[in-house]
Design a protein around this ligand. Structure first.
Ligand SMILES: [Zn+2]
Length: 368
């Protein structure tokens, strides 16, 4: 198994709703982690959008979405030659197979708050440790202690929204991704885990909107509602676990290899199609030949799509030495390709209860 960690930044206020549950003065609250009450973007929502965007980007529209619906509409293509179905799994009329990636929740790392010294980004020892930066501490006995460096000059106090904290030491964070702008790196404030949850929850955006009547296109009377959102310029991270147990991602080279196999001899074509469970001996010669032609057609189609694609550079990491590592395209690149479009199209996707654009800042493979 391989784990890839993605660092994300919100470009808009991001709202992924819980489905209309009311929380205090807010009509539409966002999803939170059960223990800490910190907002998050659920992996299930992300997974749907990433699949859809990746499918469009790879030229595989029918492989976006949820697969075959109950009314019998066209499902995923489900072909072994399809990078989308290989990566995320497929549900077709006849069969379904599981994908090889699992997308985790996007969790908070740095959260922007207004202070007398301008915007600062708060974080906590737990938030940092979960992200992989261990050993950061702030006085637990006194909640109102904080650590920062160089934000306020000689001043020992800083307000985070309405809350005043006192400087309890200097902060030095190593191993931050180089892709985080220096202006932000120099404005990070470490506060206790408990205080972090408080500060975040009292500084979420609350916006007011008007419900639109879909038939008239006009605002519905008395239909003002409020919703919460994770503010712009919040940093989050998520893990994508790739369990490529099949080891048969349809790279360009593999597609060409399969084409050779199918064309070389009846025996080798039999072996491959049997392995894919697309042909059985008792189906006979004619069925073998038909299937062989059909699959050769798929391969040509997917090879053509490879020519047309402009894909993310493999191996973009946040450590310099990882950037030049050449490796084969795989499921993680399909995820990255989909995620990159969330910067333009948002994490709402079609038919989900959310909106807001999210930018991929960096990603790299991590060992757990
Ligand atoms: Zn497909």
């Amino acid at each position: 198994m391989n784990t890839y960690r993605y660092l994300l930044m919100t470009v808009d206020p991001v709202h992924i709703g819980t489905g209309g549950t009311r929380l205090g003065r807010v009509d539409n609250s966002i999803v939170r982690e059960p223990g800490t009450k910190l907002p998050k973007i659920p992996g299930t929502s992300l997974s749907g959008v990433i699949r859809s965007y990746a499918a469009y980007r790879y030229g595989k529209r029918r492989c976006a979405g949820q697969g075959q619906s109950r009314d019998g509409r066209e499902g995923h293509c489900g072909r072994p030659t399809c990078p989308i179905c290989y990566t995320f799994g497929a549900i077709t009329g006849e069969r379904s197979h599981a994908g090889v990636v699992s997308i985790g929740d996007a969790r908070l790392l740095f959260f922007p708050v207004y202070s007398m010294a301008g915007p600062v980004w708060v974080t906590s020892p737990s938030a940092l440790a979960d992200f992989g930066i261990e050993g950061q501490k702030v006085d637990d006995d006194d909640d109102y202690k904080a650590k920062w460096s160089g934000i306020t000059g000689d001043h020992k106090h800083l307000n985070l929204g309405w809350l005043m904290v006192e400087k309890g030491g200097d902060l030095s964070l190593n191993d931050l991704p180089s892709d985080i702008p220096d202006t932000i790196k120099g404005r990070i404030v470490l506060i206790s885990n408990k205080l972090f949850s408080q500060v975040v929850n009292s500084n979420l955006e609350v916006r007011t909107s008007v419900a639109i009547n879909p038939e008239t296109g006009a605002a519905e009377e008395g239909a003002l509602f409020t919703y919460e959102a994770i503010p712009r310029a919040t940093f989050l991270w998520m893990d994508v676990v790739v369990d490529d147990y099949r080891g048969a991602f349809p790279t360009k080279q593999r597609l060409e290899g399969w084409r050779d196999t199918l064309q070389s001899s009846t025996e080798s074509a039999e072996t491959l199609l049997k392995e894919w469970r697309m042909w059985r001996k008792k189906d006979g010669e004619q069925a073998l030949d038909d299937t062989r032609q059909k699959v050769l057609g798929w391969i040509d189609e997917d090879l053509r799509l490879y020519e047309e694609r402009s894909m993310p550079q493999p191996g973009q990491g946040w450590r310099k030495q990882e950037q030049n590592q050449a490796r084969e395209e795989g499921p993680a690149d399909v995820v990255t390709a989909g995620l990159e479009w969330a910067e333009h199209l948002g994490v709402g996707g079609m038919g989900t209860r959310g909106f807001g654009r999210v930018r991929k800042i960096a990603h790299r493979e991590v060992s757990l």
